[in-house]
Design a protein around this ligand. Structure first.
Ligand SMILES: [Zn+2]
Length: 430
């Protein structure tokens, strides 16, 4: 405003679009300010227990294309593939049914972290009812506009690579070996953490939880391990600047071989499809094929740009730079012009394994839940049957009645079991 002739090209408004383009967008129901997604997948199977989900066409409101969002997920199964298959089939529906109808976009995004917790727990309860013993990690990524929400249990990982070479981890590894906080939680809930004992007392392998012997502290399924192995996800929500960024979502087959930085660096400047292939190849080159290895790469880029979001680093080899220039001659120019260079805003992060902390937070105005609907499984119950979570912070407020979420008796049983208060079923022992 103060300077009518901006000297810096980055402060100029974007060029006007031809009317035909705008009309075309209108007809297709696209939102011009929205980013485009480009994605690729690669994987190598050893046991065939890694599954993935790519669903770029989900709708918040059925029949309304302007409410679209995308889901990308990886399920790394163990002790069989049935938990991974079940979770892939049902998790998204369970998350969606935990979000009240009629919310606008911002409120929907605000509700999403809680709905993810409810959806993960419901999927776990439903799968365990089948009596099968397999389990799965889940890394579940929801992209709506520039906002990315990641929910995860287990040790698959999602990283965010920004244009300036900054790599951020959007998940937490729930491995007993590496996560002291989770070791404490499991022990406090009645589990025993230790290594496998060979005859003669020699301890081998990573830290595991007994009963069951799982080295993860959170998963979906695993009916045969202690119930302190919980399905409550770590959730992180971030908003990218309009410069965009790249997500790399992969199972532990990748992360056992490559650090987050190595994975991001190995594929900068390449299209999402090539990038996914290269990350898998790089992991294989480093460690060989020891495990199922799955990688999804998602580029979130400004619309009408045919660019990859990453600027090649100075020290990258010339061949790759040449390749980039040949592929999209305008990409370098464009990247340099983008006003906001690879940043993001953290909107939400919570990893607690306590269900009441995850479900009983402030509700957006329009999203007040029914007092008589279970916050986890969404079934309605009679007014006298219900059990409200016990929110300590509300107990002092005598004027305002408790309006937070409540649980049905079955979900309450699950909650108590997860906290080690009572077993809801018998488990195998060491
Ligand atoms: Zn319930």
């Amino acid at each position: 405003m103060t300077n009518p002739q901006p000297a810096d090209p980055s402060s100029r408004p974007p060029p006007l679009l031809p009317l035909a383009t705008l009309i075309g967008r209108e007809l297709r129901g696209e939102r011009p300010e929205e980013p485009s997604l480009r994605f690729g997948h690669a994987g190598l199977a050893k046991r065939g227990e890694d599954l993935f989900l790519i669903k770029p066409d989900c709708l918040r409101i059925a029949g309304n294309p302007s409410t679209s969002f995308s889901v990308f997920a990886i399920f790394d199964g163990h002790n069989g593939v049935s938990a991974a298959v079940f979770t892939k089939e049902h998790l998204l529906d369970h998350v969606m049914s935990a979000i009240p109808q009629g919310l606008g976009r911002e409120e929907w995004l605000q509700e999403l972290p809680r709905a993810l917790v409810a959806g993960f727990v419901k999927t776990d309860i439903d799968f365990q009812r089948k009596g099968e013993v397999s389990g799965t990690t889940v890394t579940f990524v929801v992209i709506d506009g520039w906002t990315i929400t990641v929910a995860s249990v287990g040790d698959s990982r999602c990283i965010l690579d920004l244009q300036g070479g900054v790599v951020s981890l959007l998940t937490v590894d729930h491995r007993l070996e590496e996560n002291a906080e989770e070791r404490e939680r499991v022990t406090a809930s009645g589990g025993e953490v230790g290594r496998l004992n060979l005859c003669g007392g020699q301890e081998v392998g990573p830290l595991r939880c007994w009963p069951g012997g799982l080295c993860l502290s959170r998963s979906i399924g695993d009916t045969d391990v202690g119930e302190f192995i919980v399905p409550i996800p770590h959730v992180k929500q971030v908003k990218l600047s309009t410069a965009g960024g790249r997500l790399i979502i992969a199972s532990d087959g990748i992360w056992d071989a490559l650090s987050s930085e190595m994975a991001a660096k190995s594929c900068r400047g390449l299209s999402a499809e090539l990038a996914a292939k290269l990350v898998v190849k790089e992991a294989l080159r480093t460690s060989g094929l020891k495990d199922d290895t799955t990688c999804l790469v998602v580029d979130i880029v400004p619309s009408d740009h045919s660019i990859s979001p990453s600027t090649p680093k100075k020290h990258q080899n010339k061949l790759r730079s040449l390749f980039l220039q040949l592929r999209s001659p305008s990409s370098m120019k464009h990247t340099n012009k983008l006003p906001s260079f690879g940043s993001f805003e953290e909107l939400f992060e919570e990893g607690s394994a306590m269900l009441e902390e995850r479900l009983a937070t402030n509700f957006p105005s329009k999203a007040n839940p029914s007092l008589f609907r279970c916050a986890v499984c969404q079934t309605d119950k009679a007014p006298n049957e219900g059990f409200s979570l016990n929110p300590g912070s509300y107990s002092s407020s005598a004027v305002q009645p408790w309006e937070g979420p409540s649980l049905c008796s079955e979900c309450r049983k699950k909650k108590d079991a997860m906290e080690g208060k009572r077993p809801s079923r018998s488990t195998a022992s060491r």
